[in-house]
Each structure stands twice: as structure tokens, then as C-alpha cells.
Design a protein around this ligand. Sequence first.
Ligand code: HEC
Length: 90
Amino acid sequence: MLRPSLLLLGVAVMITACASLEDYRLPDGRLDGERLYAKRCGSCHEPFAREDYGANEWIGHVEHYGPRAGLNAEARAAVLLWLCEPRQAR
Ligand code: HEC
């Protein structure tokens, strides 16, 4: 039958997607928000520049698009920290 095998495939894909977040682990144990953002948030479109949005807007965008990019809560937090890291005003 087709259905059980499709279900298994789906589960396998989900597990693979989750496990690969570990590839973004830094030596100190945190997730690398900069690399996650470039790779995951840049998979459907060019990643927007950090300067394009303020912290309040990034919170909304990361909550909205994070699940589509396969980011769990920890990964979304790491990406947000990087996006909203204090930087010099232009
Ligand atoms: C599965 C594909 C996909 C992924 C992954 C993705 N985006 Fe997008 N993004 C889109 C599409 C499509 C649009 C155009 C607006 C829409 O249709 O929602 C968009 C638009 C945007 C915009 C423009 C503002 C808006 O909402 O229209 C921002 C900012 C953005 N994405 C941020 C992100 C961030 C941050 C991530 C990672 C957490 C991300 N995207 C990952 C598909 C994606």
C-alpha cells in the first residue's frame, strides 16, 4: 500500500530536518543564528538585510517564516538574536 510508506517517508524527512539543526551548533553549544539565517531563511528567497527591518518587525517575520524554514523555538531565538544584535545606526 502507498499510504504507510508515504507516512514513513514524511516522518523520515521530519527527523532529518530536525537533526540537521545540529549542524549549526557552535563549539559553545549555542546555535549559529547568522548561518541559520543565511541558509534557512535564504532557501526560498535571498535573505533580507538585517537593516531592512527593526527588532519588532523581525520578531513577527521570524515567527511567521521560522516554521516554514524548519526552525524550532531554539533556532528561531538564535536567528532573532543575530538579526537584532545591537549594531551601529547607519
Ligand atoms: C518556504 C519558503 C520560505 C522560507 C523558508 C522563508 N521565506 Fe520569507 N518569504 C517567503 C515568501 C513566499 C515571501 C513573500 C510573501 C509571502 O508570500 O508570504 C517571503 C517574504 C519574506 C519577507 C518580506 C516581508 C513579508 O512578509 O512579505 C521577509 C522579511 C521574510 N520573508 C523573512 C524570512 C525569514 C526571517 C525567514 C527564516 C526564518 C524566511 N523568510 C524563510 C518564503 C519563505
